[in-house]
Design a protein around this ligand. Structure first.
Ligand SMILES: NC(=O)c1ccc[n+]([C@@H]2O[C@H](COP(=O)([O-])OP(=O)(O)OC[C@H]3O[C@@H](n4cnc5c(N)ncnc54)[C@H](OP(=O)(O)O)[C@@H]3O)[C@@H](O)[C@H]2O)c1
Length: 301
């Protein structure tokens, strides 16, 4: 048997629990992973709450990004073998918060030796999001990027990518995250009432790119700071398109690329909290608070 953290209905934290299941077997194109670490994302509680639809089998495993060791390889898989260390997106419902899970080989990449499982587990969802939002609209060195939610999982990696590309990055976050945001090379601006005015003082002519990781009224306050409305990217709010902005565009090679950048030591996902699988509920609650710092990762013994 193998442990997995699941939701048994669509709703709040009362719907989730750690269960035992048979070790799943990989189908064609799939890998069985012995999970070593799994990143926690806002998408995990959104999935549990039914925001991605309820057309999934229950209980449904939680956890969408994982790193581990390949234990079995399905038919038609090339490039992976038993014993390989990999990181991968975990399909909705399969459960990354688990001792074992099934991933698609097409969504897995080899884990570099110099990247820990814990760090690797932060990349398939948050790392690729940071990669995409900083690349889908091309900026030149010296141009300005404003990140709203700069102290979270995606935001801290996006800010570090900004430094790699020599963007002038402004990071909006709560005061508690000032030091972490400034450590990326970004200029810190405190979030909350008046944040847009504080950004305007730094960038009177507006910014070349707004990366919104918060959405709602905060996005609406930030969007006019962009020099051009179509240079607003949001991962958090589909209604960005009503403002003339865009949602995240997925680069199929983003996982490979962000893994390389992390392996070169240029970006660190800043894992600030780790929990054992038995405390997955606490890990998810921390992220569900909406005020997480960097990445939260579940480490599986
Ligand atoms: N579409 C995709 O493929 C995709 C992929 C990854 C993530 N996402 C989405 O992107 C969003 C961010 O993800 P994440 O993993 O970075 O989340 P996270 O780790 O929870 O970070 C969110 C950050 O936003 C900050 N924040 C909250 N309210 C704020 C405000 N009003 N102004 C400025 N900052 C504020 C939070 O802390 P403080 O309030 O303390 O600053 C926190 O650091 C989520 O909505 C997530 O679902 C989408």
């Amino acid at each position: 048997m193998s442990k997995v953290f699941v939701c048994t209905a669509w709703g709040g934290p009362e719907c989730q629990e750690l269960q035992d299941r048979e070790i799943p077997q990989p189908g064609p194109g799939e890998l069985l992973l012995e999970v070593k670490a799994a990143g926690v994302n806002p998408a995990d509680w959104k999935f549990r709450a039914g925001q991605f639809g309820t057309d999934f089998q229950l209980p449904a495993g939680l956890g969408l990004e994982a790193a581990g060791v390949v234990k079995a390889v399905g038919d038609d898989v090339e490039g992976f073998a038993v014993g390989d260390a990999v990181l991968a997106n975990v399909p909705l419902g399969n459960g990354g918060f688990a001792e074992h899970t099934i991933v698609k080989a097409a969504q897995a990449v080899a884990k570099p030796d110099n990247v820990s499982f814990t760090v690797a587990a932060a990349l398939p969802v948050a790392g690729t999001a940071a990669y995409d939002v900083t690349h889908q609209i091309e900026l030149e060195p010296g141009q300005s990027m404003l990140i709203i939610g700069a102290g979270g999982g995606v935001g801290l990696m996006a800010a570090q990518i900004g430094k790699v590309h020599q963007f002038r990055t402004i990071g909006v976050a709560s005061e508690a995250k000032r030091a972490l945001v400034e450590a990326t090379g970004a200029t810190f601006v405190a979030s909350g009432a008046g944040f847009a005015d504080r950004v305007r003082e730094l960038a009177p002519d507006g910014v070349d790119l707004v990366v919104d990781l918060v959405g709602g009224g905060t996005l609406r306050g930030a969007a006019p700071l962009a020099k051009s409305p179509d240079h607003v990217v949001s991962t958090a709010d589909f209604s960005v398109t009503q403002l003339g902005g865009v949602t995240r565009a997925h680069d199929p090679e983003a996982l490979e690329k962000i893994t390389g950048v992390v392996s070169y030591g240029l970006v660190d996902p800043r894992v600030t909290a780790t929990f054992p699988l038995e405390r997955a509920a606490e890990a998810l609650a921390l992220v569900e608070s909406g005020h997480a710092t960097g990445k939260t990762v579940i480490e599986v013994a």
